[in-house]
Each structure stands twice: as structure tokens, then as C-alpha cells.
Write a protein that binds this ligand. Structure first.
Ligand code: KG4
Ligand code: ZN
Length: 348
């Protein structure tokens, strides 16, 4: 059975086709990064309009590349949330129209569940790796930081961010320094030539002693460091930053990765992690990948990392999560599926 995934929750318009074994037959992603770059972040109205303009061509191309026609589709899997309502409605309505017109089953997919299972997918035409539960998942993106335990029939939340998401912290700090958007990949490359042990920045932990993440402290500490140095947001060239600033960015990246690792270690000590799947846009980060791979080797925990192309938003991961959900609980009721701005992992 071929699954059609549709993703329009934020600033990527994407359509993908997967077969019943999770082979990616096509995964077309049209990014709107350019449209939002001038504003330093995603503008919801612009995003919705761009999805509307891009979706028909992205859909056609996804079918073409997969070598299928509409009648070869067996399941429609659009993202239903969480995300920007206007943006979500574009993909969800298109999916519903297709399902209704063709009498196909549809599952409304949780975008975070898409990330959660993305480390099981491969881009080279191989089938997806079998999902063995329980496993722990760490989703780190521009909107989320969530640590969960995935069991056969349910997802149990362990920790989430109280304020900024890690990707958001990367983006905001980069923006205040006058670096291009999105900030994550830029800071990643700057940090590669910096000394991460030079500055001690706050390691994000919620003040009440819970396991939740908090990244606003490290962000504020960075803004103070910028003030001290007269970094005022005027455009900076990432390739020619002074060493002092490269060290600062490396220390910032280290503080974020350390916060994430500490929570995973606590969870491992308490309940034993059998395997860990990282995902989300920030899972493209070099230091995060290296640090968690090393931790996995040292502690004997297999760490699954998504291929870089599958870390940021894409419809292949949505189709895959949709297929898994369909197998667990069947199709959604077409009338009842609505776009949801909030949809925590683990809630129905
Ligand atoms: O998962 P994603 O595409 O969108 C959301 O669902 O949020 O994640 C985008 C986020 C952005 O904040 C971007 O700066 C961050 O992922 N990101 C990175 C890297 N590549 C993308 N952050 C750190 N290091 C990277 N290499
Ligand atoms: Zn995402």
C-alpha cells in the first residue's frame, strides 16, 4: 500500500510517497526559507499563502518521482498539528479533499510523531527499520524539545521545554548577532572553529527541580555577552568572526547539547534506556550528533540518528508516522480531523 504524506505545518511545503514497508519512493520539499529570512522568523500569513501556491506542483512532482498515479495511493496522511493553523489547513484540507473524492482512508498525523519515528527511515530506497519498543525519543526542533518513552500502545512524556525550543534559541541568538536565518546551521559551522570550554554558560534546567528543559537562561546570557562586546545586530559575516565570538558560539552550542544530554542521562539512570532515537531540525547539529553517538557507545545504548535530509520538516516522516498510526488504530474520521495548533506528544 502506498502512503501519501503531506506536510504544511510550518515553513516547508512537502509531499512524499512511501510504500507499505516504509521505502521512500519520493519526498519533495519546497522550502520557504527565503520568504521569511527578511523577518528573521516564520510569518504565519506568508507561510499559509506560500503553501497554497506551492502545494499543487509539489504534489504532482511527488507522484511523478514515485512513478505512481492517484489511483495507486492507498492512504492519505496529512499533518494535522501542532503548527500554524492557517498553514496546517492548507495541507489538511487538500488531504481531506483527496480522501473524500477517492474514498481513501485518511489519518491526521501529529507532526512531532513524524519527527519521533524519522530516525527509522532511510533515503536510499531501503525499507524502514523495524520500530522496536520501548524506545526513548528526543525531538529537538525550532518549536519543540521533548523527551518521551515510546511503548507499544502509548507515548509517555518525560520532559519538555518550559520556554524556548533549542532551535528557537539558536535562531534568536544568531539573529541578535546579525547572522543569517536560520541560525542553527550557521552557529553549527561557526562553533566548529571555536573553543567550547572557554565560557561557562547556564545549562538549561527548570527552576522547580523538575526534569523540564529551559533555554531562555542561556539565550539571555548570550545577549548580555553581545552587549558587552558591542554586537548590536548589524549584519556579521559568519566566515570572518573574531575568535572570541567563535568561542562564545561554541560554548553556547555546548551548553544546549549538555542540557539535552543531562536529561537523557537522568532518564537512563532511572528507567534504563533500551534505545534512543534523536530527531528534529536540531538533530542535524554536528556536536549533538557526535556527543550522543559517543554517549551511546559508552553506555551501551544504540542511538538512532536520522539522516540529515530527514531531520528538518519533510513529508516522508509524516507518511511513515501516518502508516504506523493507521496500523495501530485505523483511519481518522474525516469530519472529526481538524487542524490543531497544540498537540502534545502522547495525547490522543
Ligand atoms: O524540525 P524543523 O525543521 O522545524 C520545526 O519543526 O521546528 O527544525 C528547524 C530548526 C531551526 O530552528 C534551525 O535553526 C534548526 O532546526 N537547525 C539546527 C541545525 N540545522 C537546523 N540547529 C542546530 N544545528 C544545526 N545544524
Ligand atoms: Zn518539525
Amino acid at each position: 500500500m502506498n502512503v501519501l504524506g503531506i506536510e504544511t505545518s510550518c515553513d516547508e511545503t512537502s509531499v512524499a510517497v512511501l510504500d507499505g514497508e516504509g521505502r521512500i519512493l519520493s519526498n519533495v520539499v519546497a522550502t520557504q526559507m527565503q520568504a521569511h529570512a527578511a523577518y528573521g522568523g516564520v510569518v504565519p500569513e506568508l507561510a499559509a499563502r506560500a503553501h497554497l501556491e506551492n502545494l499543487p506542483a509539489v504534489f504532482e512532482e511527488a507522484l511523478d518521482r514515485a512513478g505512481i498515479v492517484v489511483s495507486d495511493i492507498g492512504l492519505v496522511a496529512p499533518t494535522a498539528g501542532p503548527g500554524l493553523i492557517g498553514a496546517l489547513l492548507v495541507g489538511l484540507s487538500a488531504g481531506k479533499a483527496l480522501a473524500f473524492a477517492r474514498g481513501l482512508p485518511l489519518v491526521g498525523v501529529n507532526h512531532l510523531e513524524g519527527h519521533l519515528y524519522s530516525a527509522h527511515l532511510a533515503t536510499g530506497g531501503q525499507p524502514a527499520r523495524p520500530v522496536e519498543s520501548p524506545f526513548h525519543g528526543l525531538v529537538v526542533s525550532g518549536g519543540h524539545a521533548e523527551l518521551v518513552r515510546v511503548e507499544e500502545e502509548r507515548i509517555v512524556p518525560i520532559a519538555r521545554t518550559r520556554d524556548d525550543a533549542p532551535g528557537e534559541a539558536f535562531d534568536k541568538v544568531a539573529r541578535r548577532a546579525g547572522l543569517p536565518y536560520p541560525g542553527g546551521p550557521v552557529v553549527d559551522s561557526i562553533a566548529a572553529r571555536g573553543d567550547a570550554s572557554r565560557f561557562a554558560l547556564p545549562i538549561g534546567r527548570a527552576a522547580d527541580g523538575s526534569e523540564d528543559f529551559s533555554f531562555s537562561g542561556v539565550k539571555t546570557a548570550m545577549l548580555r555577552q553581545f552587549e558587552k562586546r558591542g554586537v548590536d545586530g548589524s549584519p556579521l559575516n559568519p566566515g570572518s568572526l573574531p575568535q572570541d565570538l567563535a568561542d562564545l558560539f561554541a560554548s553556547f552550542q555546548r551548553a544546549i547539547v549538555t542540557a539535552l544530554l543531562q536529561r537523557v542521562e537522568t532518564a537512563h539512570q532511572r528507567e534504563g534506556i533500551r534505545r534512543l532515537a534523536l530527531s528534529g531540525g536540531v538533530a542535524a547539529n554536528s556536536e549533538l550528533r557526535a556527543t550522543f553517538s559517543r554517549w551511546g557507545e559508552e553506555s551501551g545504548v544504540p542511538v538512532l540518528l536520522p539522516e540529515k535530509a530527514l531531520t528538518t520538516d519533510n513529508a516522508a516522516m509524516i507518511a511513515w508516522a501516518g502508516l504506523l498510526r493507521f496500523r495501530r488504530e485505523g483511519a481518522s474520521n474525516l469530519d472529526a480531523v481538524t487542524a490543531r495548533s497544540r498537540w502534545p506528544l502522547g495525547s490522543p
